[in-house]
Ligand binder design. Structure first.
Ligand code: PEP
Ligand code: MG
Length: 615
């Protein structure tokens, strides 16, 4: 784990705290607000639909680490559980800080250590670690609320201090409280939104959620998610889709407008949220919800159907996964293999990184469960919006910074551990290695060299692995797309990461909802790059897949087929809908239309042709 402090003229201690600050949004600490259950004004909020379907339920306001929390009464019978939840969160925060301390590199400035010291002292202060417990017991309130009240008291004491240095410590209190709040988020307990029918009737309402936060929700069964920020191909959105529940992002003010326990309809297909819907709206949406579910049920019949176009061309449909548990859904949807295992999610939401054995077990489990079908494990793609716990490094341009393979090459020890774990798993199934975000020849050479080194170390230890393991690269940087032969010469297969390819081609941050309208898979430049990669790779005889979100969008299936794509990898929930589209497609009809699109630079004309393709 790398820990660094950004240079500036501020004291290093302040820098370190500011570094953590920058992780959180700039929303100031909101004024205390009691839950307003009585509010019933109906209104509609529009955002970006990032995961289709319709959910109806009650708002449950969450925070990824902020002090804007819900307030509710906990029944006497649940008070001890609530206290235990609070104590568990304090223990987790304590553990995180001590792990952070253990990972400070030897060359880190001494102030850094002092900064962690301060946070440990604040955490151990009775105001935060003891008094909220008493408040929970005496006032029957939830743990978050008790912590918030006590934290506000502590912060106002710091604000009254004359010494500027001590006054500034209020920010450290905030950091510590956020850490505990985040731990509470991972230990959901009783809440008003869970009263009426359990988690499934809860709609999570958040200002922002990181991919790591979203991963926590994989273990729960919420009805839907809505957030103020985020783009449709952010990793948070991708995980939301992988949960298979409706989600709307980029709602801007929903978190502030919606109150705890308010009734919501979430239309993840249209990107609309209706707050306090009337009876007529509710019955209309119930109808739409039934239709949606019926459609999905019908698709299940295609699970074992062989996927070919009308003219008999076989099309491979693979699945993307984030954690080993996702394999079940991969099988339920009849995928031909795993085209993208985003291994970095194994490294999140934990104070210590998984060691070689733990990683090996996870990869082997997937390889075994897939029974000989290909399992493409992407090496760590950390950085940008995917961060390790405790990583406080801040850069101006994280998407273009030390991310993915660049990060791995900068952390060769950690990379070796992962390579050895993947190679070891290759002995137990059909495992392939996929390298993310390659940009040039030197990077590729260095990576291949490290793979050879990992193989040699396994040989020296007498550990078996698949000696013919295939190594592929993700093409997601325009430079790699344009100089593709650098990669076709050395790699066994390629996979196009359209999420990043579009981000980098159009220079728009995929996680920023303010530029989300510019994210356009049909931009002529994107289409030219895509078609060029497929053409060049096919000429070189190197199999090429698309594993970005474009692969799972049925509206684009025929376009991709027309461009020559024969291997798709997508979230399992989209697979059967894409298969249905493949089964109805005649390549002889769609190839000339796709070619016309590639010759056009007129966005209107391109959209017309897409409609013609899908007619
Ligand atoms: C992509 O960029 O398209 C991709 C599949 O990788 P990720 O979404 O994880 O960046
Ligand atoms: Mg990518």
């Amino acid at each position: 784990m790398a820990v660094s402090v950004p240079p500036s003229s501020l004291s290093r201690d302040t820098q370190a705290r500011k570094a953590i600050d920058a992780f959180s949004s700039t929303v100031p600490l909101p004024a205390s607000r009691c839950t307003d259950y009585a509010s019933s004004m109906s209104f509609t909020v529009h955002g970006i639909g990032v995961s289709g379907g319709i959910a109806m339920g009650y708002a449950h306001l969450v925070s990824h680490a902020r002090l804007e929390v819900a307030h509710y009464v906990v029944p006497k019978s649940r008070l001890q559980d609530e206290v235990a939840r609070f104590e568990g969160a304090i223990a987790q925060a304590r553990e995180e800080l001590s792990i952070l301390r253990r990972h400070i590199p030897p060359n880190a400035p001494p102030e850094f250590d002092a900064f962690i010291n301060v946070h440990q002292m604040i955490l151990e202060d009775a105001t935060l670690s003891e008094e909220p417990r008493r408040l929970i017991e005496t006032q029957q309130c939830n743990a978050e609320w008790a912590l918030k009240l006590k934290a506000e008291g502590l912060i106002s004491q710091f604000l009254k201090m004359e010494d500027a240095y001590l006054r500034e410590r209020k920010d450290d209190v905030l950091h510590v409280v956020e850490r505990v709040m985040k731990a509470l988020l991972g230990q959901p307990g009783y809440g008003p939104a869970t009263l009426g029918g359990g988690e499934q009737s809860s709609i999570l309402v958040a200002h922002d959620l990181s991919p790591a936060d979203m991963l926590i929700f994989k273990q729960h069964q919420f009805g839907g998610f809505i957030t103020d920020v985020g783009g449709a191909t952010s990793h948070t959105a991708i995980i939301a889709r992988s949960l298979g529940i409706p989600c709307v992002a980029a709602l801007h003010h929903a978190r502030a407008l919606i109150h705890e326990a308010e009734h919501l309809v979430v239309d993840g297909t249209q990107g609309v949220v209706i707050v306090n819907p009337d009876k007529q709206i509710l019955s209309e949406y119930r109808l739409r919800q039934n239709q949606w579910e019926l459609e999905r049920l019908k698709l299940k019949r295609l699970r074992t159907t062989f996927s070919t176009t009308l003219d008999g061309t076989p099309i491979e449909l693979h699945a993307n996964i984030e954690v080993p548990d996702d394999v079940e859904e991969v099988k339920e949807n009849g995928a031909m293999g795993i085209g993208l295992f985003r291994s970095e999610f194994l490294f999140m939401n934990r104070p210590a990184l998984p060691d070689e054995d733990e990683q090996f077990e996870a990869y082997r489990r997937v390889a075994r469960e897939m029974r000989g079908l290909p399992v493409t494990i992407r090496t760590l793609d950390l950085g940008a919006d995917k961060r390790l716990d405790g990583d406080i490094r801040i850069t101006n341009n994280p998407a273009m910074g030390l991310r993915a393979i660049r990060w791995c090459l900068a952390e060769p020890n950690m990379f070796q551990i992962q390579l050895r774990a993947i190679l070891r798993a290759s002995h137990y199934g059909n495992v392939r290695l996929l390298i993310p975000m390659l940009s040039g020849a030197a990077e590729l050479e260095q990576t291949l060299h490290l793979i050879e080194q990992a193989k040699k170390s396994l040989d020296a230890d007498g550990i078996p692995y698949d000696r013919a393991i295939q190594v592929g690269g993700m093409i997601e940087i325009p430079a790699a797309a344009l100089a593709l032969n650098l990669f076709t010469r050395k790699l066994d297969f390629l996979s196009i990461g359209t999420n990043d390819l579009i981000q980098y081609t159009l220079a728009i941050d995929r996680a920023d909802d303010r530029v989300a309208h510019l994210y356009d898979p049909l931009h002529p430049a994107v289409l030219m790059l895509l078609a060029g990669i497929i053409r060049t790779a096919s000429k070189a005889g190197v199999p090429v897949a698309v594993c970005g979100e474009m692969a799972g969008d049925v509206k684009l299936t025929r376009l991709l087929l027309g461009c020559g794509l024969r291997i798709f990898s997508m979230h399992p929930a989209n697979l059967l809908a894409v298969k249905q589209q493949v089964l109805k497609t005649d390549l002889e009809l769609c190839t000339p239309i796709a070619n016309k699109m590639l010759r056009s630079e007129d966005p209107e004309r391109i959209r017309e042709l897409v409609e013609r393709l899908n007619a």
